[in-house]
Design a protein around this ligand. Structure first.
Ligand code: SF4
Length: 347
């Protein structure tokens, strides 16, 4: 009797990884999935937080994919290890601060190490030749295989026929003729295959799976590094960049202003770490202040908080300021006129 082969699939929660896994699974390979948590994932967060996204489906798409496939999913936190990928990508960045090629190499490397440690035979990804300008080009596909160490134990079922046969194909663990030759940016082949498998309701994230591809997010991250004079971050930093209106009046002094109820609630969870402001006389945002502030800065921050409150047209607004030790002061300030806020303060 032939031995049943085992593969581990990278599961992002998107359509490509779902299909790639299913293509291998239907050839009788035993499959488990890995989903990596980097802290930059778009998944869930913004939809979960924002009031205006209330109607959108809230679910962990990687778990949903695992459920569709009937496989075990390992969700692995790589926040700390991933930092060096973001800070020092040896292949550089994409259009924003997305180190896609290094990221792919790192994730395949981690999956390959997991494969070896758990007695699995090969790694499966949903990559498609030509789909992404940096990480999924014909010339970068071998780079991922080589630099991750997975070599020809890395199978990309959606575009395998465009690539040299890998070990699982040569050994007959999977039938190459039943793999695919997708290429390019069109999503049609994937959508057709999904419908053939009967998958509906899969995630189609607009603009990519991670915030590092988002120009506004990348600008805020670059600003954080410039302001602190060091290229580094903690998980809380990168979470807070996903939420609120960010204004930087000067280096070392930034305001994070909740834009709506959901964001204010999210920021509440961080208020004990920051000096924070609330408008007392009128409904308004929760404002976190990042950095050391002078008396003048505090008045400015209170006027900005007033500006973004429902008291923006009132002659004055009462604002409380509470420091991380819980000491509260109350200020009475005129709201700053919108036209007086320099555009360059908005990140
Ligand atoms: S978009 Fe983000 S998660 Fe996806 S490959 Fe690029 S850096 Fe990695």
């Amino acid at each position: 009797m032939t031995k049943q082969r085992k593969a581990v699939a990278l599961i992002s929660g998107g359509l490509d990884s779902l299909l790639a896994a299913r293509v291998v699974q239907e050839q009788g390979v035993r499959l488990e999935g890995i989903n990596f948590f980097t802290g930059f994932c778009v998944e869930g967060h913004t939809h979960a937080i924002r009031q205006r996204d209330r109607g959108k489906l809230k679910r962990n798409n990687a778990l949903w994919v695992a459920e569709q496939l009937g496989i075990k999913l390992h969700i692995i936190d790589i926040v700390d290890e991933y930092r060096h990928v973001v800070l020092n990508p040896s292949h550089g960045y994409g259009a924003n601060l997305n180190p896609c090629l290094d990221c792919k190499i790192f994730m395949v490397q981690k999956a390959h190490a997991w494969m070896r440690a758990n007695g699995f035979d090969f790694v499966v990804t949903g990559e498609v030749v030509g789909q992404r300008p940096k990480s999924q080009r014909r010339d970068t596909m071998p780079v991922v295989a080589r630099e991750s160490g997975a070599e020809d134990r890395l199978l990309r079922p959606l575009c395998a026929k465009n690539l040299p046969p890998t070990l699982p194909e040569r050994q007959g663990w999977v039938d190459r003729t039943r793999l695919h030759a997708f290429s390019g940016r069109s999503r049609k082949p994937q959508i057709d295959l999904a419908s053939r498998y009967g998958f509906e309701d899969y995630a189609q994230p607009a603009g990519g799976c991670c915030f590092l591809t988002d120009s506004s997010y990348a600008a805020k991250l670059a600003d954080l590094w410039t302001s602190r004079g060091t290229r580094d971050y903690e998980l809380d930093d990168i979470m807070l960049l996903k939420v609120g209106r960010h204004l930087r009046p000067r280096r070392g002094f930034k305001l994070i202003v909740g834009r709506e109820k959901g964001e204010n609630n999210f920021l509440e969870g961080y208020r004990k770490r920051f000096l924070h402001l609330r408008t007392l006389s009128h409904p308004g945002p929760l404002v976190l202040i990042d950095g050391e502030v002078s008396e003048t800065d505090l008045t400015l921050a209170a006027r900005l908080a007033a500006r973004f409150s429902q008291g923006r047209n009132a002659p004055s607004v009462t604002v409380s300021s509470t420091d991380p030790q819980g000491r509260t002061r109350v200020l009475e300030v005129p709201p700053m006129p919108g036209g007086d806020i320099p555009q360059e303060w908005y990140l």
